[in-house]
Design a protein around this ligand. Structure first.
Ligand SMILES: [Zn+2]
Length: 254
């Protein structure tokens, strides 16, 4: 079964567009372009486990946010999502597009918008109620190729437990810097940590092209490629342009 799946990667929202920073206007224009092209959002785990529930004839897009930056999700003093964050902007935009809800995957470290325990719990509950998922990204954003396997497992396990403690259901992982440990078998197969099995249905990398459909024989959920949401070569603009030029096909939900 042919067709590619776009997994987009966002980090921070800021006034000036640059590497790892997407402006609010460009984020909203990304959503609008995707919507008009017939994409509908799914989470990484729905994609990796082949349980996407988008309408037949539409194409999945996986929107991911890395590093739990505050610009991803803030609440105002009144307790509502700040429109100057990715979540708040998307929520406002989706009011008139209920078939493109805030459904994304947030690869989190132990900090940022989900850091303070009570507020973290509240935000995670909100995101999960909209269909989004919370995923792991190590506790301290370590480079897994540069730490011992023991330290690597500790970083991964502790990030899962930290997020679970705030009410998250964690089934996906992304490697910081897109770097794998030298021996990645424990990450692929799962491992025990204080008696607990830590195992993921997918592991995402950093770049730089569309992924295979979950029914393709080339599909490798333990090394999902992603596309950076930035204007440069191999970024989102480039890949959407290639799609318009019919240089590749996207997966269409049967
Ligand atoms: Zn990261």
């Amino acid at each position: 079964m042919g067709g590619k799946v776009l997994v987009l990667m966002y980090h921070r929202m800021g006034p000036k567009e640059r590497y790892m920073v997407r402006s609010r206007a460009n984020f909203l224009s990304d959503l609008e372009r995707l919507y008009k092209l017939g994409f509908r959002p799914v989470t990484v785990s729905e994609y990796a486990e082949n349980r996407m529930t988008i309408p037949p004839g539409s194409s999945p897009v996986v929107i991911t946010f890395d590093d739990s930056h505050p610009s991803q999700f803030r609440l105002t003093k009144d307790g509502v999502p700040d429109p100057n964050t990715f979540v708040g902007a998307w929520l406002g935009w989706a009011k008139n597009r209920p078939d493109f809800p805030v459904k994304a995957t947030f690869y989190c470290n132990a900090n940022g918008p989900f850091g303070p325990e009570r507020e973290g719990r509240r935000k995670i509950a909100m995101l999960q109620s909209w269909g989004s998922e919370i995923a792991a990204h190590t506790r301290n954003h370590v480079n897994l190729a540069k730490v011992s396997p023991e330290k690597g497992r500790k970083e991964v396990a502790e990030s899962v437990l930290y997020l679970e403690n705030r009410g998250a259901r964690v089934t996906a992982f992304a490697t910081p810097y897109g770097v794998w440990p030298k021996d990645r078998s424990w990450l692929d197969k799962g491992f025990r940590w204080n008696g607990r099995l830590i195992k993921f249905s997918s592991v995402a990398a950093a770049g730089s092209g569309p992924g295979h459909s979950p029914v393709s024989r080339h599909f490798r959920p333990m090394a999902l490629p992603r596309i950076q949401a930035y204007p440069g070569t191999k970024g989102i603009d480039d890949w959407l342009k290639r799609l318009g030029q019919k240089r590749y096909r996207v997966y269409v939900q049967p």
